[in-house]
Design a protein around this ligand. Sequence first.
Ligand SMILES: Nc1nc2c(ncn2[C@@H]2O[C@H](COP(=O)(O)OP(=O)(O)OP(=O)(O)O)[C@@H](O)[C@H]2O)c(=O)[nH]1
Length: 199
Amino acid sequence: MGSPLVLASGSEIRAQLLRNAGLDPQIFPARIDEDMVRESLLAESAPPRDIADTLAEMKALKVSDKTPGALVLGCDQVLDHQGTLFTKADTLEQARDQLQRLRGSRHMLLSAAVICRDGKPLWRHVGQVRLYMRDFSDAYLDAYLDRNWNSVRHAVGCYKLEEEGVRLFHRIEGDYFNVLGLPLLELLSHLALIGEIDG
Ligand SMILES: Nc1nc2c(ncn2[C@@H]2O[C@H](COP(=O)(O)OP(=O)(O)OP(=O)(O)O)[C@@H](O)[C@H]2O)c(=O)[nH]1
């Protein structure tokens, strides 16, 4: 790695994906009020893609001001279900309600990533995945949440594809990494292209 890489995210899976790829990011979560930003953008009818991109950029910019010379990666993922934006569930009851609304239909995950250096955006990408959820029973849903709530509470959509969440789907169009929250292939290709990693 040429310049130091900073991941402006508290997402464990994002850090793990970068480490598994051989990178060694410094973890520096950006503390921004995502709900406030999301609500104000929704009030302006901003599309989900723009909301994810704006939040990712804000996180990267905020941390890049504190890490001179570093490449700072900000990320944000939103779930779009027929025009309605879903955020992470705060309670198990909210998770049940969300999954009852998502089952038997298609939703989109939009995973935005922005790289900034010294307060300037250098690169951005929004990965998009279409996910088709099975029409599973309430009995399975309750059992799924009993087993997985403590894990999936940290994930938008209340599922983790690398865990039991995979059983919720019958079809997924898009790449696995975008589901987990990071357009990893595009990111690594760009870092190699600009010579920040070998490849
Ligand atoms: N492990 C796992 N995490 C997922 C999956 N789908 C979504 N997520 C996580 O859900 C979270 C989406 O919320 P974000 O607001 O983008 O990120 P965050 O976790 O709040 O962390 P920040 O980047 O600090 O805002 C991210 O941490 C994603 O990695 C999945 O299938 N597996």
